[in-house]
Design a binder for this molecule. Structure first.
Ligand SMILES: Cc1cc2nc3c(=O)[nH]c(=O)nc-3n(C[C@H](O)[C@H](O)[C@H](O)COP(=O)(O)O)c2cc1C
Length: 189
């Protein structure tokens, strides 16, 4: 099983990217988590540029999502919402709506913030956007709050409550991927 990890932060030492790395460690051997690193290269959405020859970074993102069995998003919270760069990338991916690569794709949303609430508003908004795009959004939440203290100096997730929530989110996502694969299997005669 292949899971694509998308961090909504562009920051080098991003806690949200660290959360994805923590997820990769918690996943079993049969699951590979690849972190997509092209977010900064995605240009602002412009319908005039949304042609069959999409900008390279957009084409790469669409292809990375299409090639994954599921997607794990880790989002910061900017002014109580999703960072603009992540929303912008999803706007690109969403077109054309009927055939976009997130359609029916199992996805889960987690988040980290340096504040006391762990980016829960941003996660809720991201789940709403992903559902509007047509993804199968797993009902989970990881409130990795006070992120500066939740990770140790090596970047390992040491906050027990966030580790527990992350473990459950991963189980739910991989469960949704397996359920989708089973539903797609032809019934034996
Ligand atoms: C423009 C901006 C707005 C922010 N707004 C919020 C907010 O509404 N709620 C919150 O908990 N943290 C907020 N923060 C703090 C972020 O949670 C913190 O910068 C976090 O580390 C960002 O995630 P990252 O480490 O993955 O880059 C904001 C930060 C920035 C730069």
């Amino acid at each position: 099983m292949k899971i694509l990890g998308i961090s909504g932060s562009l920051r080098r030492d991003s806690y949200n990217t660290k959360l994805l790395l923590a997820a990769a460690e918690l996943l079993g051997d049969e699951v590979e988590l690849e972190i997509w690193e092209g977010l900064k290269a995605v240009p602002p959405y412009d319908a005039d540029d949304d042609t069959p020859t999409a900008p390279a970074a957009v084409a790469e993102l669409r292809s990375a999502i299409a090639g994954a069995d599921g997607v794990l998003f880790s989002t910061p919270e900017y002014n109580s919402s999703i960072p603009g760069q992540l929303k912008n990338a999803l706007d690109w991916v969403s077109r054309p709506l009927a055939t976009n690569p997130l359609r029916n794709k199992p996805v889960a949303v987690v988040g980290a913030s340096t504040g006391a609430f762990g980016a829960v508003w941003s996660q809720a908004e991201l789940r709403k956007v992903l559902a509007a795009i047509g993804a199968r959004v797993v009902e989970c939440e990881v409130a990795c709050r006070n992120a500066a203290a939740a990770f140790d100096e090596e970047g390992r997730l040491v906050a027990d409550d966030a580790r527990e929530q992350l473990g459950r989110a991963i189980d739910d996502l991989t469960g949704a991927v397996r359920a989708r694969a089973q539903a797609a299997e032809p019934v034996a005669a």
